[in-house]
Design a protein around this ligand. Structure first.
Ligand SMILES: [Zn+2]
Ligand SMILES: [Zn+2]
Length: 336
């Protein structure tokens, strides 16, 4: 089989031939059909993850078909279409796991494409616990970006305090934001898209946004206050100054939910105190959250806009993602 590996921090993608891996006990082998390229894959490419073992095959937006299962796997059978996302497994018995906070596992937290080889390959092996079912009416290319960009925005919104009819702003209209706007609308929120430039307005409307705020021309905080103040602002950008500029648009008890990994941001204690407002982060979710994301997307028509490249063009595809010019997610396909 082919695999696109990185063999040292900062090294290039190497397309190599490897033996098809065998699933051990508790594992599932997946014949990969599509794998999204996420910005976080640079953790592998550039060596920003402490203790990462090389060579490593990146990729945590995987969709394919179960091809073989290891001993003891009862919930998956060959032929099922499945996906694997960022959360690659947990112990199930540490205090965090016993509290249901599997992402905080302190014993055996596994991250796909970091702790074990990911989806930039014809086949991959994953713990059965990390696998999500893919609905029939989503193609592999449609489903792949939902395994990270999709689940992150969907899960952050559904776990927020916003309820149908509430004002929800989505800051940024990129890979995460273009999904966030769609999910927010389909969840029944009065959805405001906030981005830079008038040229993004038609896109915001196409995605279903109720209003668009051009943060270059208007003060996004003041505009959100005119609309009553946001219950939730989902910050998908990686620019801390853009997050700082929008916090004043929160209504009473509003929350700024941060999912974009900005270096730093400024928060005004006065804004927090006077409106009992808060700032919180959100991480993607586990396999069942992925499965819920896929099912909701199939039901509601939420789709990622993708640029598709064959696996052998992995270097070009990665560069496209890194350029920030992709509209909006980049997906690799194996042809299987
Ligand atoms: Zn990701
Ligand atoms: Zn644990």
């Amino acid at each position: 089989m082919r695999a696109a590996q990185i063999s040292r921090p900062g090294g290039p993608f190497e397309l190599v031939e490897r033996d098809i891996p065998q699933p051990a006990a508790g594992q599932v082998r997946i014949k990969v059909q599509a794998c999204g390229i996420c910005h976080s894959d640079l953790l592998v490419k550039e060596g920003h993850w402490p203790g990462l073992q090389y060579p490593r095959v990146p990729g945590h937006e995987i969709v394919g078909v179960v091809d073989a299962v290891g001993a003891g796997v009862t919930q998956w059978t060959p032929g099922q279409r499945v996906g694997v996302g960022w959360h690659g497994g947990h112990c199930g018995y540490c205090d965090a796991c016993r509290s249901g906070d599997f992402f905080g596992c302190t014993v055996a937290l596994q991250i796909t494409g970091i702790s074990f080889d990911g989806g930039y390959a014809d086949y991959m092996v994953a713990p059965a616990i990390a696998v999500a079912l893919v609905p029939e009416d989503l193609s592999a290319v449609e489903a792949a970006p939902l395994m990270c960009a999709g689940i992150t925005t969907y899960n952050a919104l559904r776990n927020s305090a916003a309820r149908p009819g509430d004002l929800v702003a989505v800051l940024g209209l990129g890979g995460l934001g273009h999904l966030g706007v769609q999910y927010a609308m389909k969840m029944g929120f009065k959805t405001v898209a906030v981005a830079r430039g008038t040229d993004k307005e038609p896109l915001a409307k196409q995605l279903g946004a109720w209003r668009y705020i051009d943060s270059q021309k208007q003060d996004p905080a003041a505009e959100l206050q005119k609309l009553g103040g946001a219950k939730v602002i989902l910050a998908t950008v990686t620019a801390g100054d853009a997050m700082s500029a929008v916090q004043g648009g929160l209504g009473l008890n509003g929350t700024l939910v941060v999912i974009g990994a900005a270096q730093s941001m400024q928060i005004s204690p006065l804004v927090l105190i006077t409106g009992r407002r808060s700032v919180k982060g959100w991480y993607s979710g586990t396999a069942i959250d992925s499965q819920d994301t896929l099912a909701f997307s199939a039901l509601s028509g939420v789709r990622s806009m993708n640029e598709v490249f064959p696996l052998e063009k992995v270097a070009e595809a990665y560069e496209r993602m890194e350029s920030g010019k992709a509209r909006f997610r980049v997906v690799l396909t194996t042809g299987q």
